[in-house]
Design a protein around this ligand. Structure first.
Ligand SMILES: Nc1nc2c(ncn2[C@@H]2O[C@H](COP(=O)(O)OP(=O)(O)OP(=O)(O)O)[C@@H](O)[C@H]2O)c(=O)[nH]1
Ligand SMILES: [Mg+2]
Length: 185
């Protein structure tokens, strides 16, 4: 399963990826290109692609869209000055032809900071409710403390009662024991 990790620079993507892989998060520097890691979860091999979010690198995001099963979009919940910018980037991603139908999991990161906006406010600010024909979910987390980012929570709890599984080439979600295609959910 191919997961694409995007978001503005400094949002916490690489920290999140390292947390998912249970690696040290103390030596992270801004990503100039991309990082890729394979993480095992629920018997699935998750190939997570973490692409640098600096403005000059964002033009290369599209090179990684192909065959994406899940888009994880990371937001710095305390960086209110850039909510508009991050919302704009997300809106553009949602419009991308190669990402049509790809479910989006939004991490409202840095919830450990006192100034962090709650996930519900971010969802409202981003007008997520207007995203029709799209499976999306927003989840509060702290990549720094690890709260809310465990693979279990990011893939299971964040889609309550659902787990993701890749079967016969397409993505399905498990809901109370039966598999349903993610696109028709
Ligand atoms: N307080 C707090 N800081 C965080 C959290 N997640 C990441 N950070 C910090 O935010 C800074 C940026 O984190 P990165 O993981 O490098 O961000 P990135 O999104 O990969 O940035 P680019 O690689 O430039 O796109 C680092 O100083 C992290 O320690 C969090 O949950 N809480
Ligand atoms: Mg990074």
């Amino acid at each position: 399963m191919r997961i694409l990790l995007l978001g503005l620079d400094n949002a916490g993507k690489t920290t999140l990826l390292k947390q998912l892989a249970s690696e040290d998060i103390n030596t992270i520097t801004p990503t100039q290109g991309f990082n890729i890691k394979s993480v095992q979860a629920h018997g699935l091999k998750l190939n997570v692609w973490d692409i640098g979010g600096q403005r000059k690198i964002r033009q290369y995001w599209r090179n990684y869209f192909e065959s994406t099963n899940l888009l994880i979009y990371v937001i710095d919940s305390a960086d209110k000055k850039r909510f508009e910018e991050t919302g704009q980037e997300l809106a553009e991603l949602i419009e991308e032809e190669k990402l049509i139908g790809v479910p989006v999991l939004i991490f409202a990161n840095k919830q450990d900071l006192l100034t962090a906006a709650p996930a519900a406010d971010i969802a409202e600010g981003l007008n997520l409710h207007t995203y029709r024909d799209r499976v999306w979910q927003i989840q509060a987390c702290s990549a720094l403390s690890g709260e809310g980012v465990q693979v279990k929570s990011s893939l299971t709890l964040s889609f309550p009662f659902f787990t993701c599984a890749r079967r016969i080439g397409s993505l399905y979600m498990q809901r109370e024991g039966s598999f349903i295609p993610i696109h028709s959910w």
